[in-house]
Design a protein around this ligand. Structure first.
Ligand code: AMP
Length: 216
């Protein structure tokens, strides 16, 4: 069982590489952002509660998001395979709550991988993202553009930009990262768990870097 945390500013590629590594090594990819968006789409009480934070680029309160993760970590697939937490923890308080959850299961973290690169690149990546209204597929107008600018290649539905991907909100999210999440770098470094990856390269280069820092 391998248990990983993927850290880093928005736009650094955590979700992409968590997906790739999860597939290759049968680790359960748990993205708190994806869970919240699914709850918002379903109009659940959690989704309603999360909406204003997500849309403004702020953070959902720590105790709410830690409960979401706690519930997800109890599933059988996690117990057998291990997990990659993508986008959680995002504050020192969340990291402490995660410690409590892991201690209850007698699990430990193997590594916290920090994905980071130049700010201008993060910003252009963040504002380049488009999602399909139909199937949810993600496109990137910089790196993986759809064949037709505003239409999904797979299902033909319209593409849209997430409210939290506008330039203004993206800048705000980077600020939130600096103030609330960046202290986690120190938190995990002091525990000897931090592995740094420059995620400014191509998909293949970064994927190779991730495997090398994790000795996979
Ligand atoms: P992401 O897809 O990881 O960029 O997350 C999108 C949004 O969901 C964030 O901007 C936050 O509003 C919310 N969110 C996701 N994960 C967390 C978390 N661990 N703590 C608080 N809010 C979160």
């Amino acid at each position: 069982m391998t248990n990983l945390v993927f850290l880093g500013p928005p736009g650094a590629g955590k979700g992409t590489f968590a997906g790739m590594l999860g597939n290759d090594f049968q680790l359960v990819h748990i993205s708190t952002g994806d869970i919240l968006r699914a709850e918002m789409k379903a109009g659940s009480p959690l989704g309603e509660q999360a909406k204003r934070y997500v849309e403004s680029g702020g953070l959902v309160p720590d105790e709410i998001i830690a409960d979401v993760v706690d519930v997800r970590l109890r599933a059988d697939d996690v117990r057998t395979n291990g997990f990659i937490l993508d986008g959680f923890p995002r504050t020192v308080r969340q990291a402490e709550l995660l410690d409590d959850v892991l201690a209850r299961h007698h699990w430990k973290l193997d590594a916290a991988v920090l994905f980071d690169t130049r700010r201008d690149l993060l910003l252009s990546r963040l504002t380049a993202r488009r999602l399909c209204r139909g199937c949810g597929r993600m496109f990137n107008v910089l790196y993986g553009p759809p064949k037709k600018e505003t239409v999904c290649d797979d299902c033909g539905e319209a593409l849209y930009q997430r409210a939290d991907d506008s330039k203004e909100t993206a800048l705000g999210r980077l600020d939130v990262y600096d103030q609330q999440t960046a202290p986690l770098i120190d938190f995990y470094e002091r525990r000897g768990l931090l592995k740094r990856v420059d995620s400014g390269g191509t998909l293949d280069t970064v994927n190779a870097l991730v495997r090398s820092v994790l000795s996979l």
